[in-house]
Write a protein that binds this ligand. Sequence first.
Ligand SMILES: [Zn+2]
Length: 228
Amino acid sequence: MSDDLILPPPPPPPEPCPICGKPPDLCLCADLTLERTRLQLLILQHPQEQDVELGTARLLSGQIEGALVKVGLSWPSLSKLLGRQADPKRWGVLFMGSKEEVAKVPRGGIAVMGRKDILPDSDLVLADLEGIVLIDGTWSQAKTLWWRNAWLLKLRRIVIHPDFRSAYGTIRKEPRRESVSTLEAGAFVFGKLEGDPGLQERLLEPFEELLKRWRNRRRRPAKVVPES
Ligand SMILES: [Zn+2]
């Protein structure tokens, strides 16, 4: 790409699509196929996670039947969020582990953390889960949601060690090498826990399409406005 490409100041953003949450030219609804999964999906989104263009939460929820996205800072309990009784012990929450924790999980693996280490019956606990909570936002927004919702501590804390790099590449600065987008993390977990090897790839497809369109849009040359 040339360095002298001058981008015009951004126009006011158009109304995002109510389903996939993207601006009209990036709408990916036609690419979203609903998957029926055993596990339920609940995404908690920080109200300031406003990356309408590159955010991935709704691309994931738009592919999992019955998935919920809740935008806010705090909620009283899992049951309140779901609108029904739920056993927090049978729900997992994916929260970025410390470097040391991630290192304990085999590469390409997923584990349940106890207070200090991976639970010895991690696999059994994972097999028994009813649903997964994902926290969507920047690292600091995710931390805020974590500390403001004490009920999350009652859930099983899941740590993943992805065996792939985020497709965001250099578009987004991630705090750590193993950081991946909400959709990539979710696709990884669902692929593993649903016992459907193709699921991860299918869930990732709309994200790849989004990045392709987003990059193409940026490559379009700026309109030349004749001087008067
Ligand atoms: Zn859409």
